[in-house]
Design a protein. Structure first.
Length: 271
């Protein structure tokens, strides 16, 4: 069991919150690109209204605790740990609600090297609670546009958590999966469910395009997001995403372990 005080201290020590590794310049660039509706940062989200750069900055200041001053343009960015804790509480509550009715859940990540353990712990607990943890369209090929051109990947599952691997990559080669912001994997997974007539998810859990892509299609979605990923916070502000947790999504994978324990305890899913 991890207390709220211990969690807050861990967030700061591990730099999951407080002063984080994400550079302010990177965050501001993402806010500008989002305001221009650049698909590299909208992550499959189609905002209902126009968002100016200043409005995005103001939203991120409110949701994450970053500076609201556009002239503050250098150094490392910051995340308010209290906002992270409150969002984790809401995240856990939504997870507990779907677990209580033994609903269907789809988990996926674009950060498998860092966050697979976090989501895998949730998947294990949800399965033990009688939920249906979905693994549709395994092996399906997906063409994803990257800065290096179009790359063909395939959908895979590790510990019942969806991710993508490059063509020819196998788990036996030690590759966990590829980093991606694309919403195409979650669309492929949902298409697979529709094609086989299987149950659709009552909740989608993840990050990047997994959350934005699902929320845009009308599915309940909760997830984690760094301060240079404004799409998830805009989606939450517009009611397309249920909960977005602000934290650094690129620290050591072991640092997310206390978050898993905290969430499972609050959701009454601890084993």
């Amino acid at each position: 069991m991890v207390s709220t005080g211990a969690l807050r201290a861990h967030l700061l020590t591990a730099r999951l919150a407080g002063t984080v590794a994400t550079l302010r310049e990177e965050s501001l660039r993402s806010y500008r690109l989002f305001a221009a509706r650049d698909p590299r940062v909208t992550l499959g989200l189609g905002p209902e209204r126009e968002w100016s750069e200043r409005e995005v900055i103001a939203l991120m200041a409110d949701k994450c605790g970053v500076s609201s001053d556009p002239a503050d343009a250098c150094g490392h960015d910051v995340i308010d740990p209290d906002r992270t804790v409150r969002a984790l509480d809401a995240f856990a509550d939504r997870l507990g609600e779907v677990a209580a009715r033994r609903g269907a859940v789809l988990l996926g990540t674009g950060h498998p090297h860092r966050l697979l353990g976090f989501y895998g712990g949730l998947a294990d607990a949800l399965s033990a609670a009688g939920c249906s943890v979905l693994t549709p369209a395994q092996g399906r090929c997906i063409d994803i546009t990257t800065r290096f051109g179009v790359r063909t990947c395939h959908l895979a599952y590790v510990r019942k958590v969806a991710l993508v691997r490059g063509r020819g990559a196998r788990a036996t080669c030690g590759e966990t999966g590829a980093h991606t912001h694309s919403p195409l994997p979650v669309r492929a997974a949902l298409e697979g469910l529709a094609e086989c007539g299987g149950p659709l998810p009552d909740l989608v859990v993840g990050d990047h395009g997994w959350v934005c892509g699902a929320g845009q299609l009308g599915f309940a979605a909760i997830g984690l997001a760094d301060v240079d990923d404004p799409a998830l916070f805009v989606g939450e502000a517009e009611g397309l995403i249920a909960v977005t947790v602000p934290l650094d999504d690129s620290v050591r994978s072991s640092y997310y372990g206390p978050l898993t324990r905290y969430v499972l305890n609050r959701a009454c899913l601890s084993q």
